[in-house]
Design a protein around this ligand. Structure first.
Ligand code: SME
Length: 160
């Protein structure tokens, strides 16, 4: 595909996701390299939604290790079950955290991040191989719409 995104600034969040998803599909369609695909997905998501931080952590033994991301530098390793990311991995489910201060054990990579959503990425055997983490500087930006669409986006990731 052409190496530029086509997203209207005037669209609703749902419309942006609906327009973004086919573009992400074609972006990753002919590329098997996981790092390359995650890097482009992180960039596309940040460009579309302007979040404070968006990126991936990948499972490495009993830890998550920082993968491709867009935004300020971040913690490199997160233990299984720790923070929002490690908890989403342990629970194998999406965690939407509207106020990180209210999440016991939240790992503050940046004090500017006040809300986040973490979506697990599964392989064909339903094992979690990593997570997508989105951090926002604003309350009331991340919601169930993001949960639905970010889960769809994580299913586009081919981990075979
Ligand atoms: N806040 C996350 C850590 C990752 S950074 O925000 C990029 C957590 O609690 O797992």
């Amino acid at each position: 595909m052409a190496e530029n995104l086509i997203i209207s600034n005037n669209s609703s969040k749902e419309e942006k996701y609906e327009v973004l998803i086919p573009q992400l599909k074609s972006l990753v369609a002919n590329e098997k390299n996981l790092v390359a695909n995650l890097a482009n997905m992180a960039a596309a998501l940040r460009e579309t939604f302007g979040w404070f931080w968006v990126g991936f952590y990948l499972v490495d033994n009993d830890e998550l290790v920082l993968g491709p991301f867009q935004g300020p530098i971040a913690c490199t390793r997160i233990k299984y079950g720790k923070g929002v990311c490690g908890s989403a991995w342990k629970q194998a489910m999406t965690l939407l955290v509207p106020d990180v201060e209210k999440f016991p054990g939240h790992i503050a990579c940046s004090s500017l991040s006040v809300a986040e959503i973490v979506v697990p990425i599964f392989d064909q055997n339903q094992n979690v191989i990593g997570v997508l983490d989105v951090d926002s500087e604003s309350y009331n930006v991340l919601d169930q719409i993001d949960t639905v669409y970010l889960e769809k986006i994580c299913k586009l990731i081919d981990v075979s």
